[in-house]
Ligand binder design. Sequence first.
Ligand SMILES: Cc1cc2nc3c(=O)[nH]c(=O)nc-3n(C[C@H](O)[C@H](O)[C@H](O)COP(=O)(O)OP(=O)(O)OC[C@H]3O[C@@H](n4cnc5c(N)ncnc54)[C@H](O)[C@@H]3O)c2cc1C
Length: 326
Amino acid sequence: MTSPPQSTDILVVGAGMSGLTAASSLDPTRFQTLVIDKSLKIGGRLASKKLGNARFDYGAQFMTAREPQFLSLIKACEELGIIKQWFTSDSGKQQGHPRWCGSSRMTAVADHLAGSLQFYPGLRLATIECINDTWLARMSSGEEIFARALLLTPPVPQILELLKISDIKIAADIFDRLDRIKYEKCIAVLAHLKGPSTIRHPGGMKFSEGQISWLADNQQKGISKVPAVTIHGSVIFSEQHYHSDRQKSGTLLLEAAKSWLGSGVSEFQVHGWRYAKPATVDSERCLVINRMPPLVVSGDAFGGPRVEGAAMSGWKAAETLNGLLP
Ligand SMILES: Cc1cc2nc3c(=O)[nH]c(=O)nc-3n(C[C@H](O)[C@H](O)[C@H](O)COP(=O)(O)OP(=O)(O)OC[C@H]3O[C@@H](n4cnc5c(N)ncnc54)[C@H](O)[C@@H]3O)c2cc1C
């Protein structure tokens, strides 16, 4: 893997929707921007994977677009064939916002945004230190990057942990705002089926009661060549079973979804999202923790608990950094 440069103007931590929209809107004529992520994959909670020939979206399932800026991005991606409209309303409801999804998988949106960005996967930010008006970012693998400004986009509890370990003092009111942000967990099951599911057209079902919150048929969605179902545990189920044996929790969800799984499951995997969606959202679209050198945080906990919210927060963070950094 290529090593990152030892210094940059702006270091964006996290290659999810927020980090990618921010990085692609930072002024390239004035700043060099690097994006890092602890994961080897791009997209964060825009997550897709394959089990044999079966392909699954197992994080965000679709995107809605209420804000003109986000709708423009969606439309541009649709024209390029990266995004398509999946369906227009929850089953049973007559009308609703169009639900957009990646034509091949949700991660394709992140791949598109990453475009020509300088992205370094597999780098976990471990600590930060302010030295002579510059941030020194130390990775757990030993690399060090000096940056004139930092944008942090991980889930807020992970940001607070990083600030604590790094012994960074922040104003009490800012700490309280960050500390108030809590997340829902989600246990996701990726089930490769022996035959077609019995999930009704268009292949997505939302539940307001019981152990399951969402079922998606990735074959009907058009991203898997073979029968592949994503099951999301409800908030209560996921909270109760998050620390239990994953295979057992997965088996319970498969049992609960049995009547939609047709002739049965050939193999399955379970993924636990510790920070699936923020249950509380801050009143501002991004938060400046330190003005000089700039330390800014963004993500869905600021813009709203969905892909669109993360993007709006990223754009706001870029606007803020473009203004703060000389
Ligand atoms: C199961 C599930 C279902 C969902 N369904 C929908 C849906 O249908 N529609 C919708 O609009 N939204 C949905 N969401 C929410 C949506 O996915 C998120 O709101 C959005 O993707 C968040 O983007 P983000 O950039 O704020 O955070 P993330 O995508 O979490 O990005 C943060 C990134 O930071 C990286 N990171 C963390 N710590 C470090 C570190 N120390 N060093 C380096 N990198 C680090 C992470 O690896 C991650 O890639 C769902 C989420 C989940 C989990």
